[in-house]
Write a protein that binds this ligand. Structure first.
Ligand SMILES: [Fe+2]
Length: 356
């Protein structure tokens, strides 16, 4: 079960108006209501429950028929981007786009959407991400399988940034930092033109390339045995890090507050995870603690809000009570029957026996 998406590329300037229907419940939304015609109305049966009229940004070609839908479905909620007020109320470019057919002013929204908001359509949840650049307040809607990108990202192209409130650098950042971070398999349903996928655009879009991930930084020369307390603390340029196997000891807070650090390969000779070692590493996702480590110190992972997995070997027989303080998404992965399993149970941390 999922979302049924029907495309009507019939809005002004061939804008794509989408009809979204949650397969299990029949709940329906119209997204970017630039067009309303017989074909759409016959596709929406009499018993269609139109729950939402959704808007990605404040250009006239995307909202031209919003008022018509609102009149026909008075219980539907018109939800528009919170930061798009200027254009929604008739910016200069919208008057131009109205081509004499309207005022370029959008009807008032019943719901204003911002980053992280969700719209629930039956069993489908559409998550809002803010993607400024084509316009200052543009948003995209993301589900498990698709993303509706408005005029931010097109198949092998991107939205115009020369119109009012547009900005090229901001658009590139929105695509690289928000859209290209989504799963490659997600279908991209754009505001104009054919559908594509995130993976295809990352590979082939000539306007915005995916960010090159830099090679992991190897910290400390091979042969080094000791990394000092606080030695790399606060470095915001470290993303992927490898520590040479010769290192046996890493001091307290050695990587504390390395806010960009995502992955670290720890040396196989390490014996202890010292106090506050990764405290405040807010981007850290997964840590594999090497076999041979015996204890994990107080606040070792405090505030690692992105931490998803910590793999803990059987050699660990002592973990401090607050080692994982403020790690809301962490799962401990270890052998069944290990000390780590009983620790996880004691402190209510999710546990999985998938030790590899
Ligand atoms: Fe637009």
């Amino acid at each position: 079960m999922g979302l049924i998406v029907k495309t009507f590329p019939k809005g002004p300037l061939s804008e794509n108006t989408y009809i979204l229907t949650d397969e299990r419940t029949g709940r329906t939304a119209v997204l970017d209501p630039g067009y309303c015609g017989e074909d759409i109305l016959s596709a929406m049966q009499d018993d269609t429950h139109l729950s939402y009229i959704l808007l990605t940004h404040g250009h006239y070609d995307h909202f031209a028929a919003a008022e018509k839908y609102m009149e026909m479905y008075p219980s539907a909620i018109f939800a528009a981007p919170a930061k798009e007020k200027y254009l929604l109320h008739g910016g200069r470019d919208n008057k131009w786009m109205a081509l004499g057919k309207g005022t370029g002013v959008c009807p008032d929204a019943g719901m204003l959407l911002k980053e992280g908001d969700t719209v629930t359509l039956g069993e489908t949840v559409l998550r809002v991400i803010e993607t400024p650049g084509h316009t200052e307040g543009g948003i995209c809607f993301v589900t498990d399988k698709e993303v509706f990108t408005g005029d931010t990202l097109f198949r092998l192209s991107v939205g115009n940034t020369a119109l009012e409130t547009g900005d090229r650098d901001t658009l590139v950042r929105s695509i690289q930092d928000k859209l290209y971070e989504l799963d490659d398999d997600l279908i991209v349903w754009p505001g104009h033109g054919a559908a594509t996928t995130i993976g295809h655009e990352k590979k082939a879009n000539p306007f915005v390339q995916a960010k090159q991930k830099s090679a992991p930084a190897v910290l400390a020369a091979d042969g080094t045995e000791h990394i000092g307390s606080g030695e790399f603390s606060g470095r915001d340029d470290l993303i992927d890090v490898i520590i040479p196997d010769s290192v046996r000891e890493i001091g307290m807070r050695a990587f504390a507050s390395c806010t960009a650090l995502e992955n670290i390969v720890l040396p196989s000779n390490l014996r202890r995870i010292r106090k506050e070692l990764f405290s405040g590493c807010t981007a850290l996702k997964k840590v594999h603690i090497p076999d041979g480590v015996t204890d994990i110190g107080e606040w070792a992972f405090r505030g690692c809000v992105s931490l998803e997995k910590v793999i803990i070997p059987e050699s660990v027989t002592d973990i401090a009570a607050e080692a994982f303080l403020s790690c809301p998404g962490v799962t401990i992965i270890a052998e069944k029957g290990s000390y780590a399993e009983s620790y996880a149970a004691k402190f209510g941390i999710p546990f999985k026996a998938e030790y590899v």
